[in-house]
Ligand binder design. Structure first.
Ligand code: 5GP
Length: 208
């Protein structure tokens, strides 16, 4: 699907949050298959790479010193400490993509999303939830990447995060990945058709 059908100007900023294990990453991968002109921002983190994670693809893996330097140089669009590690969105690549008309997804936690919202109220804020807490625990356990202690930390945070869902404009329940991706694609498509985003297009149609 070509998601730049009307707006040839700036891309849309799409923020996706949800508890660890809700399947945001998998849904975003599926979404990239369904929609053109869309990119997922690569975050920086101080967390250790998991098996199979690739530098520059999944994350930029930094040590704490380098991360703090980037904070000092104002190189992040947002950053937060999540489960004892720092995570942040490098600013320049995101702004460059938006400028060239590419829609950009930030897959970030609720603290980071609040920072972005303060600067980009125009963004699209989507919260992804699992069908149940039990299913969430099952998904994290099956992923096998977290220790028992990390799992229990992530489960505690999940309750707090899900309570925040109402602060987002859209909620997507990820029961089946293709359906959740289709729902997000539909949200993006509908947002592109909002009248306030198409004022200049109407002027163009009127030949003004
Ligand atoms: P994980 O360690 O499972 O990859 O990610 C842990 C949490 O950090 C997830 O909720 C994820 O959305 C969040 N996260 C990933 N990248 C960023 C980022 O750049 N900024 C913020 N604020 N959170 C992020």
């Amino acid at each position: 699907m070509d998601n730049n059908f009307y707006v040839k100007e700036k891309g849309l900023l799409i923020v996706i949050s949800g508890p660890s294990g809700a399947g945001k990453g998998t849904v975003c991968k599926e979404l990239l298959k369904q929609m053109k002109n869309l990119a997922v921002s690569v975050s920086a983190t101080t967390r250790e790479p998991r098996n199979g994670e690739i530098e520059g693809v999944n994350y930029y893996f930094l040590n704490k010193g380098n991360f703090l330097d980037m904070i000092g140089n104002n190189e992040f669009l947002e950053y937060a400490k999540v489960y004892d590690n720092y995570y942040g969105t490098p600013k320049t690549p995101v702004l460059d993509m938006l400028d060239t008309g590419v829609d950009v997804i930030l897959e970030i936690d609720i603290q980071g999303a609040a920072q972005v919202r303060a600067n980009y109220p125009d963004g699209i804020y989507i919260f992804v939830v699992p069908p149940s807490i039990k299913e969430l625990e099952k998904r994290i356990t099956e992923r096998g990447t977290e220790s028992k202690e990390q799992l229990s930390k992530r489960m505690d945070c999940a309750y707090d995060e899900i309570r925040n869902a109402a602060n987002y404009s859209y909620i997507v329940i990820n029961e089946k990945v293709p359906v959740a991706a289709y729902q997000i694609a539909s949200i993006i498509t509908a947002e592109k058709c909002r009248s306030e985003r198409l004022e200049s297009k109407i002027e163009e149609i009127l030949g003004r």
